[in-house]
Ligand binder design. Structure first.
Ligand code: G3H
Ligand code: ZN
Length: 287
């Protein structure tokens, strides 16, 4: 099922949205937006996010939302950086994993990613495994410091070809000038030519994922999709929408003590961001 959508992203030139959550409110905002827009959706938890919501809780909450809304929602173990963490997510029933060993030397990255693919597929032949190659700097927050991307951070197309062949991954997250977080002190320039070259090197059956989507422009997304991006990750922009609105609500309702009343405007603010992105990614009405 995931593979069918991935195939369609290339044939029809659109991208799946992947949004992170660590609590019910963000997940609710993502699912409601996706249901209203009739779009298949990826929801992801990093190791930290998964620790907050709970591994079993993440799997079962997504299951409950799937049943209630009747839309394809896929749960991804985002940026899992040890084999143990990957194993736990696979065993818990995640639909996809990002086995992220990009901080290790090339050969080590290949070895651990391959081990993750073999384990994941032995437990669930339908699971989707993503690998990461190159160095995507930053983290999902407002990045006030200057982030300098070095030439050696960027994914080399020929290495990407070798990486996917040797590991057997279904998807690849390349470093193409993208940065995690909203960068305020330095420009974030996406190397579109490089994305196209990497796509050619990995072939039509391996799908490319653009990380660090927050702060990128509409034309960045559209150009990236045009040359072969199949999925875009967004985290910081929904975190900012949540917290900014929460601060405002607390100021506006100093006497309010009912949590759901305080949280409601934040859900709406996150929905607005998500819906804007889904329109840009072109994934509306694809179910
Ligand atoms: O894996 C998560 C994403 O790459 C999020 O990046 O915080 O820049 O949107 P972002
Ligand atoms: Zn990422």
């Amino acid at each position: 099922m995931i593979k069918n959508y991935l195939k369609r992203t290339i044939e029809e030139k659109w991208a799946l949205g992947h949004f992170n959550f660590s609590e019910d409110e963000a997940l609710r905002a993502i699912v409601k937006s996706a249901a209203e827009f009739k779009t298949p959706i990826f929801v992801g938890t990093s190791e930290g996010e998964r620790k907050h919501i709970g591994l079993k809780q993440a799997v079962n909450l997504v299951k409950a939302f799937r049943e209630e809304f009747g839309i394809p929602i896929f749960l991804n173990a985002d940026h899992h950086k040890s084999f143990d963490a990957v194993k736990e997510a696979v065993d818990a029933g995640y639909d996809a994993i990002l086995a992220d060993f990009s901080a290790l030397p090339f050969e080590e990255n290949i070895k651990l990613t391959k081990q993750s693919v073999e384990y994941a597929k032995s437990k669930n032949p339908d699971i989707i495994v993503e690998g990461e190659l190159g160095y995507v700097r930053g983290e999902s927050k407002i990045q006030k410091e200057i982030i300098e991307i070095k030439a050696e951070d960027l994914t080399k197309p020929e290495e990407a070809g070798q990486f996917v062949k040797e590991t057997g991954v279904d998807m690849l997250a390349p470093a193409v000038g993208n940065i995690h977080g909203i960068v305020v002190s330095s420009p974030e320039t996406i190397d579109i030519q490089r994305i196209g070259d990497i796509k050619k090197a990995v072939g039509e059956n391996v799908y490319l994922v653009l990380h660090g989507g927050s702060g990128l422009s509409e034309s960045d997304f559209k150009n990236a999709i045009e040359v072969g991006i199949s999925m875009v990750h967004i985290n910081t922009e929904i975190r900012v929408a949540f917290t900014k609105t929460l601060r405002k609500t607390l100021e506006e309702m100093p006497e309010e003590t009912t949590p759901y009343k305080i949280l409601m405007p934040s859900i709406e603010a996150m929905k607005k961001v998500i819906e804007e992105k889904l329109k840009i990614f072109g994934s509306v009405n694809k179910i």
